[in-house]
Design a protein around this ligand. Structure first.
Ligand SMILES: NC(=O)c1ccc[n+]([C@@H]2O[C@H](COP(=O)([O-])OP(=O)(O)OC[C@H]3O[C@@H](n4cnc5c(N)ncnc54)[C@H](O)[C@@H]3O)[C@@H](O)[C@H]2O)c1
Length: 276
């Protein structure tokens, strides 16, 4: 898609971090915005920012793990703007815990938000894009969607699922010779508040226990990496440019893919699992 001005972008998890970065990039190209997020206070702040800048924006409190809330988001978008052109399924959460000790409630929460969210979004919005015969649907996975590190079991499962969902979708669109495109964003460390938001939204609140010492150390390392990470506005510009160039894989840290290459080489050479 090359023509953005006057068209409409829907972004879940659009009130902060990477989603807000995408919203800023799209608004910079004259797009109208529909921002959905679980956090109403953050949504209000984002709405104010764009309204002050003269951007046409609507916001909706929405839990992406509920199909009916995604369907309501689509209805609101059509009512307000009469069409939808770019959809970014981006809301996500994640906390480190070992696969062995993660509570089932945490597995369900992470997979419901990080995988069912994108599935519901594709299911609801893709037919609308196809009807228009123009548009782009993107979902945010992670480098954790390409290689599974320890202590991030549920997150890895969900993010691998997102890569599979978007790759299947893009191949199906190409097979139909559709003008609609799909893509997947696989960020490395980005400087956002995902760790704190995940603690806040976790069912029952607070950090998971179980293997607290190891998980606590990893959470500290992750936080330090995020704080040194790429700025979310830069990611937004990368996504915009990838949509423009019809790229499928959107990588913020392409050099990190060496680990993926090593894993593939070992898979073919001697079938061992690399250290990640
Ligand atoms: N920050 C990173 O380093 C990084 C790296 C790889 C992938 N990601 C992915 O990027 C995406 C955006 O995360 P971020 O880093 O910008 O974090 P963030 O916390 O700043 O943004 C995520 C947004 O999703 C919202 N959200 C959480 N649960 C929700 C739900 N059930 N329904 C609707 N909204 C919900 C939060 O309120 C928040 O505004 C996530 O999918 C995350 O997994 C982030």
């Amino acid at each position: 898609m090359q023509d953005f001005s006057g068209r409409t972008a829907v972004i879940t998890g659009g009130a902060s971090g990477i989603g807000l970065g995408m919203a800023r990039a799209f608004a910079g190209r004259g797009m109208h915005l529909v921002l959905a997020d679980l956090d109403s206070a953050l949504l209000k702040r984002a709405e104010q920012e764009f309204a002050d800048a003269g951007v046409e924006v609507v916001t909706q409190a929405c839990d992406v793990s509920k199909l009916e809330e995604i369907e309501r988001l689509a209805e609101l978008t059509l009512e307000r703007f009469g069409g939808v052109h770019v959809v970014c399924s981006n809301a996500g959460v994640g906390l480190p815990t070992s696969a062995r000790n993660m509570k089932l409630a945490d597995w369900e929460w992470i997979i419901n938000v990080d995988l069912w969210g994108p599935i519901y979004t594709v299911k609801t919005f893709l037919p609308l894009l196809e009807e228009q015969e123009v548009g782009h649907i993107n979902a945010t996975s992670s480098m954790a969607g390409l290689i599974s590190s320890q202590m991030m079991g549920a997150y890895n499962v969900a993010k691998h699922g997102v890569v599979a969902l978007m790759a299947a979708t893009e191949r199906e669109l190409r097979a139909k010779k559709s003008h609609v495109r799909a893509s997947v964003l696989c960020p490395g460390p980005i400087n956002t508040n995902i760790s704190q938001h995940s603690v806040d939204f976790r069912p029952g609140g607070g950090k998971p226990k179980g293997d607290s010492k190891k998980a606590g150390k990893l959470a500290g390392n992750i936080q330090a990496a995020l704080e040194q990470g790429m700025q979310p506005d830069e990611v937004g510009e990368l996504v915009l440019s990838a949509i423009e160039q019809e790229k499928f894989w959107i990588l913020t840290h392409p050099h990190w893919s060496k680990g993926v290459q090593k894993q593939l080489d070992a898979l073919i050479d001697d079938q061992t699992l690399t250290r990640a």
